[in-house]
Ligand binder design. Structure first.
Ligand SMILES: [Zn+2]
Length: 464
């Protein structure tokens, strides 16, 4: 019931989430008032406009790799579209991404004059000129719990490999505690080279053998040690990617303070033209923004297209990191769309990171049930709903499962696009968003004709 709590600002769902049932569903399906409300949005969706935008993004612009001139062109096009629809609040949000890396030419580690065998991690930073000399502090496996409350300011953290904790997490936990460098100790014999996450803000990070590291840790148990580490010659190449955010404000006199977020990534991989992945989601989002631009609401609606999804959800992570706790608390649902228009994909479906239903899937399924059929959901992360889930916002990705075989191949082109699927996605998402965002919900609640959200059915065999 956590999801119900988050939407308390709207009287719409309080009783109705509890009351979801088949009889309620039947009532909703036949409820002419609800159809009239859905139609306010659904009937205005123009699938030809969606298709033209897919065609423009995929074929006129072409592959939209993050950080390239083609992405810049895409960002300009999207922001101009938003402005043409009547949004005065359109933000282009830049962020840096790593596009290339040259490994260090030199790496060394000495303690009390003894030199140890080490390798430098991929995507490590260099140490400052002249190297880094500081006290060694052992932080176990580098888990959140082990590092919590520790002050590692300016120190070199010694940490063991393993425990199911990624190298990048050990490094970033040490960094967040103030460390200036990290030495990771192998948990098996030998030494090798691994990569951190591709992030130019990584700490200087070395890897050493288990035998040497274990010996250092046991010495550290008896006396303080100072280590010196040196990493030189590492080079990052970076580029700028962007998110584009168009915000629709609620009616001033009916503002519930709720926020709904609608997202889709506008970047693509280099092969094909990214028609399905994800000119389709971006173009459905644009059409929803056009239709909603002048539709009164009691809820703020943010339409966000993300850059650099294909490089590891970098745009959506950047966006969620800059949200305030207040904005997070007020966001009742995030609807993500990814690959929503291929002729060769399967059935319309929703996915959450934890495989549990939430406000986004409940609203989505209610709308789907009213307009077409029930929509089941499965468990998938790895698209832009994931960072939102991680900060506590109920989020889901809408797609078609299974994915088309042309996914991330040269076959992802305009010929692959189904207008029928684009339209279905737009209609369901439009009705779902409008159900929560429209200004007359309190009156409807009182007159007991409020639409009843219907819990979607989990399908463990549903996969993207
Ligand atoms: Zn995608």
């Amino acid at each position: 019931m956590r999801k119900a709590k988050k939407i308390l600002g709207s009287t719409l769902l309080i009783g109705s989430l509890l009351a979801a049932s088949h009889s309620a569903l039947a009532q909703t399906k036949e409820n002419p008032s609800q159809q009239a409300f859905d139609n306010k949005v659904v009937k205005r969706i123009d699938v030809d406009r969606i298709y033209e935008n897919v065609s423009y993004l995929a074929e006129t612009i072409g592959p939209r790799v993050a950080g390239t001139a083609k992405e810049d062109q895409t960002v300009e096009y999207i922001s101009n579209q938003f402005r043409q629809y009547g949004f005065d609040d359109v933000e282009i949000q830049p962020f840096q991404i790593v596009t290339g890396y040259t490994r260090p030419t030199t790496s060394s580690f000495t303690v009390n004059g003894k030199s140890y065998q080490v390798t430098a991690f991929g995507y490590t930073q260099n140490t400052p000129d002249g190297g880094l000399s500081s006290e060694l502090v052992y932080i176990g496996l580098g888990s959140d719990a082990e590092v919590a409350g520790k002050d590692l300011s300016g120190k070199i953290a010694l940490v063991h490999r393993g425990g199911g904790i990624p190298f990048a997490t050990k490094m970033s936990n040490a960094k967040n505690a103030g460390a200036s460098g990290v030495v990771i100790i192998n948990d098996v014999a030998g030494i090798s080279t691994f990569n951190l996450a591709a992030d130019e803000t990584n700490l200087p990070t070395l890897f050493m053998t288990k035998a040497d590291g274990d010996a250092l840790v046991s010495t550290l148990g008896q006396s303080a040690l100072t280590g010196s580490m040196q990493i030189e010659g590492a080079k990052f190449t970076t580029a700028t990617s962007h998110n584009v955010i168009a915000t629709k404000k609620p009616l001033a006199n009916k503002d519930t303070k709720q926020i709904i977020m609608v997202g889709a990534h506008h970047d693509s991989v280099a092969v094909g033209t990214g028609a399905s992945d994800n000119a389709s989601g971006t173009s459905v989002l644009l059409e929803l923004a056009r239709v909603m631009a002048n539709t009164p609401s009691d809820t703020e609606i943010r339409f966000i297209t993300f850059g650099a999804e294909e490089r590891g959800l970098l745009g959506s992570y950047h966006y969620t990191k800059q949200l305030s706790q207040d904005e997070i608390n007020r966001t009742v649902a995030m609807f993500n769309m990814d690959m929503v228009g291929s002729k060769n994909s399967g059935k319309f479906a929703m996915f959450t990171v934890d495989g549990k239903s939430n406000t986004a899937t409940t609203l989505g399924n209610s709308a789907g049930t009213r307009l077409f059929d029930a929509i089941s959901y499965g468990q998938v992360g790895r698209s832009d709903h994931q960072p939102f889930t991680e900060v506590g916002i109920p989020a889901a990705v809408f797609s078609y499962a299974p994915l088309e075989p042309e996914y991330h191949t040269a076959g992802d082109k305009i010929e692959l696009i189904s207008k029928e699927k684009l339209l279905k996605t737009a209609q369901v998402l439009g009705a779902a968003i409008y159900q929560a965002a429209r200004p007359d919900t309190p009156a409807l609640e009182r007159s007991k004709v409020a639409p009843v959200p219907v819990e979607a059915v989990y399908d463990k065999d549903l996969h993207l």
